[in-house]
Write a protein that binds this ligand. Structure first.
Ligand code: PRP
Ligand code: ZN
Length: 304
């Protein structure tokens, strides 16, 4: 299928995701858990939606905001770092905002950090005055430098930022840090954070005016359900009626529990959907507060 032909067909949704890289597998897995399945094109750049008319376009992450701006794609799964950088650049050029962060997706966490040579004694942003900083995020960096009231030279590189100091192109870098291994390998150390990033769903803030509207709603609703359940468990237990107020205090992350009366008026059976991690410690605490027969049950699906 040619892309131009597909771009004019407005009864299918098209989502851009990273072709290869840290976000690519988790993005696909997340969409698959929303009930989507696809048939891949031979060049593996396009996945045709089979279970629903929702197609995937596999691209470079940096291209995703542009594809959304051009209307080639309806949604994108992209790092907040890439989205904010390009939104800032568009704003500076006086262009309207088109791709918004609709939902943080809880994976691909990383930071945009200033990193300096290991031997530097870090004293604060003022130390960067007059220095050359290599980055792929010139807008975010300039913005931060302005806030810090620091004058420095921004050296924009599209990749291999971390070796710029060794090559003499810059004195330090402003780059993404996830495990920190890349910095360490290049004898750099992170000293301050400009942006906390993770994968986000990016797209328009206004509903679509055609058949995509209903499809988009369905997808966002399923996505919400999947994300909400990520750490969720159904907790089952019994307790004396008098113990219930204390027990509920231990479940601040639970939705209003269902309570049923068992034998007589005093014993209740409770079931509560909890959204936080259900650790052994929490179960011990609940037991001490009077919960009996505690059971933690995984939850497969929810639909609001
Ligand atoms: C980032 C960044 C570093 C690396 C850091 O690149 O530019 O090279 O990850 O990760 P680490 O702290 O775990 O070593 P990324 O993989 O996001 O690719 P891209 O920026 O070229 O898209
Ligand atoms: Zn990239």
């Amino acid at each position: 299928m040619s892309l131009t032909a597909a771009a004019t067909a407005r009864d299918r949704l098209r989502i851009a995701i990273q072709k290869s890289g840290r976000l690519s597998e988790p993005a696909r897995a997340l969409l698959a858990s929303c009930g989507l399945s696809w048939r891949e094109s031979r060049d593996k750049l396009f996945c045709y939606g089979e279970s629903l008319p929702v197609d995937l376009l596999l691209v470079r992450d940096d291209d995703i905001p542009g594809l959304l701006a051009d209307g080639v794609c309806d949604y994108g799964i992209v790092g907040r770092n890439v989205l904010t950088e390009q939104a800032g650049e568009r704003a500076e050029r006086g262009l309207p905002q088109v791709a918004f962060e609709l939902r943080a997706l809880g994976f691909g966490g990383c930071r945009l950090d200033i990193a300096v040579p290991e031997e530097w004694q870090w004293e604060g942003p003022a130390q960067l005055e007059g220095r050359r900083i290599a980055t792929s995020y010139p807008y975010l960096l300039q913005n931060w430098l302005r806030e810090q009231d620091v004058q420095a030279t921004v050296v924009t590189l599209s990749g291999s930022v971390e070796i710029a100091p060794r090559l003499g192109q810059a004195d330090l870098v402003c780059d993404l840090v996830s495990s920190g291994a890349t910095l360490t390998a290049n004898h750099l150390k992170p000293v301050t954070t400009l942006l906390q990033s993770e994968a986000v769903l990016a797209g328009p803030q206004v509903p679509f005016a055609d058949a995509r509207a209903e499809l988009a709603q369905l997808l966002l609703r399923r996505l919400e359900g999947v994300l909400k359940l990520k750490d969720s468990r159904l907790l089952l237990f019994q307790a004396q009626r008098s113990a219930v107020p204390d027990l509920l205090k231990l479940l601040p992350d639970a939705e209003a529990p269902t309570m049923m009366q068992v034998d007589g008026a005093d014993t209740l059976a409770l079931q509560a959907l909890c959204h936080g991690a259900m650790t052994w410690q929490r179960l011990e605490d609940l037991k001490h507060a009077g919960a009996r027969g505690l059971m933690v049950v995984p939850v497969e699906r929810t639909l609001a």
